[in-house]
Design a protein around this ligand. Structure first.
Ligand SMILES: [Zn+2]
Length: 614
């Protein structure tokens, strides 16, 4: 996933983009392998089949899962999987159709109908997860039973989760009270953002813009426009700082209560459980990043030089270099580049990529009514995936394509080797092939760059992105930890206190390499993740994934071709093995305190490359 808007904020409207792309005839995806059309009777047929299959499953298993032996459990799990496979094709078809054409009435109708069916079937089969939890809790020896070997790790994860489950009534009460209680803070924050307008100077001309439009200007090529957007947005957010701090203070305090009641050791533990990782691994990771903050700052100082600035402003962090003529690509060029990058690594490894193009699994052009950004959705029964893209021809768009095709490659291998329940890959592993794909593209682009100028653009893009993902995100983890430490010490989290935690964490990374507008103390107020109740510490998985893949890439450079089958094996494992075990397939020991330094070497090398051409 890359949650970045890929649409040029300077384009006046979508219609222009659409006409342009229609002329170029960029490919749309072909969803007919799922269903022939929106109104085809086979959709009704599939819906009634999943309903029947859910009824049959309920009839056979409700109240009985707790007493199953290992052999019976395997049968139960595979029956559950075949129900899920049926439902997943309908859900996938409805959600992909919706993402591509949100404004079409028949798409909306199908999407709404399928959401309701999912909710109904989800409720009907909620007993499955509860009873499976009870079985594993009461008979933990079933995890090690050789008859259940193919689901061993899945059952281990259930066991780890179930220890923190409350009684059925307590769980229901939490859901009911959260719905109109702590969840409301998230609604308040997004309502605030979406109901304001901002007066921003765009290339010297004052414009009144919505939050979405204003936010798009934060990376505008014109520096004064970026400054105006930053100061206006964060200035306005800061004025209502006490409102946002009320929200965050209450969400965090609520989480302390909930996680204590659930017997988590710390406010971070729930997130460690769902990411299938451990505290000491994450502590080592954050420490390693903290120790290397100086090399990131070295890059930021270089970037200031490239932009002819004495010091980088916060609004320059991910800004494009002003001097460079922008690299532009047609979609065909992007396709060729990415395919070659994957083939260079290994011919067979590029099969999934080629198939994604050949079978029309990618929806390419931006248009009105289509979701922005890009994502890759696994297509389990097709042993493949679908990619929604918004290709606009910039270098960044070629990277997005390389990234999403990495996800498709991961799906290609995992969907061939695993059953459905073993493809529930936690985010720290799910980004392996995608970030690796970006590195393969970087290698190819650097090798073939025709000028230092082009090389500089590639390196800056890569370092900007890696710097944000590994370093800036680490400061956000520290910020979140600081909030909980404050609560533990009975400190009151008012606006200024929260801002001071934000600034302290931020400066641990950026030091003297960046000068910040005073308004930026309010930067935390607009991050939607902080307002999502019961979803804490969303951040470190991004850092983990980036550094894990950098370390893995370093290993590839050392081992050469011998590394190829190991990577395929790791991707084929899906979620049937823990992230630690997946590391060991690749000869990587994520529990080693020095492990993360291997990833940082790759980062350091990119900086040296850019220093060499200055
Ligand atoms: Zn991704």
């Amino acid at each position: 996933m890359r949650a970045k808007a890929k649409i040029d904020p300077t384009a006046t409207n979508f219609d222009e983009v659409e006409t342009l792309n229609a002329a170029k005839q960029e490919p749309l995806w072909d969803l007919t392998p799922l269903f022939p059309s929106l109104n085809d009777p086979s959709i009704e047929h599939a819906i009634s089949e999943s309903s029947t299959s859910a009824d049959a499953f309920e009839k056979t298993y409700r109240g009985r899962i707790c007493s199953l032996n290992a052999r019976e459990l395997i049968l139960c799990l595979s029956e559950f999987e075949s129900f899920e496979e049926k439902l997943e094709n309908i859900s996938l078809y409805a959600s992909l159709s919706f993402s591509a054409n949100m404004t079409q009435p028949e798409v909306q109708t199908l999407h709404d109908r399928v959401s309701k069916i999912e909710a109904k079937l989800g409720k009907q089969l909620a007993f499955f997860s509860l009873e499976l939890g009870a079985l594993v809790k009461n008979k933990p020896e079933i995890i090690e039973d050789p008859a259940a070997a193919s689901y061993r790790h899945m059952l281990e994860r259930v066991y780890r989760r179930v220890k923190h489950q409350l009684s059925e009534v307590e769980e229901q009460l939490i859901i009911e009270k959260d719905q109109f209680g702590v969840n409301a803070w998230e609604e308040l924050q997004s309502k605030w953002l979406n109901t304001r307008t901002f007066k921003i100077k765009v290339k010297g001309e004052e414009k009144i813009l919505s939050y979405g439009e204003a936010n798009g200007l934060l990376t505008h090529p014109d520096r004064e426009t970026r400054e105006s957007a930053n100061k206006t947005i964060y200035g306005a957010l800061g004025k209502d700082g006490e409102v946002f701090s009320s929200a965050l203070r209450n969400i965090c305090n609520d989480w302390v209560n909930v996680s204590t009641r659930r017997q988590y050791q710390s406010p971070m533990e729930a997130s460690l459980v769902s990411n299938d990782t451990e505290q000491n691994i994450i502590d080592n990771l954050l420490k390693a990043i903290g120790n290397q903050a100086l090399s990131y700052r070295r890059y930021l100082k270089l970037k200031a030089k490239l932009m002819n600035l004495p010091v980088l402003g916060n609004h320059d962090l991910v800004a494009p270099l002003p001097s460079a003529p922008e690299l532009k690509f047609t979609f065909e060029e992007a396709e060729t580049l990415v395919t070659r990058a994957y083939s260079h690594f290994d011919e067979e490894y590029s099969t999934a990529v080629k198939e994604m193009f050949a079978k029309k699994r990618i929806d390419v052009p931006p248009r009105f009514g289509k979701r922005n950004g890009a994502f890759c959705a696994s297509y389990f029964t097709g042993k493949s995936a679908f990619i929604l893209d918004n290709f606009a021809g910039a270098l960044n768009d070629v990277y997005t394509l390389a990234h999403e095709l990495g996800h498709a490659t991961h799906d290609y291998y995992a969907n061939r080797s695993q059953t459905l329940l073993n493809t529930n890959i936690p985010s720290i592993v799910a980004e392996t092939a995608s970030i690796f794909g970006e590195l393969l593209l970087t290698d190819l682009l650097l090798e073939e760059a025709k000028s230092d100028e082009a090389r500089k653009q590639v390196l800056c893009l890569v370092l900007d992105e890696a710097g944000m993902t590994a370093f800036q995100v680490t400061s956000r983890v520290w910020f979140e930890q600081a909030l909980y430490n404050s609560i533990k010490q009975d400190e009151y989290l008012d606006y200024k206190t929260i801002c001071s935690h934000w600034i302290t964490a931020r400066d641990r990374i950026f030091g003297d390499a960046v000068s910040w507008f005073p308004e930026m103390e309010a930067e935390w107020t607009m991050k939607p993740h902080y307002y999502m109740a019961n979803y804490r510490f969303y951040n470190y998985p991004y850092v983990y994934a980036q550094m894990f893949v950098y370390a893995l890439y370093e290993r590839y450079l050392q081992e050469g071709k011998a590394f190829v089958p190991k990577l395929k094996q790791a991707l084929s494992a899906g979620s049937s093995k823990s992230p630690k075990e997946i590391g060991s397939i690749l000869n990587l020991d994520v529990t080693d305190t020095q492990f993360w330094d291997n990833g940082l070497k790759v980062f350091e090398r990119f900086i040296k490359d850019i220093e060499a051409i200055l």
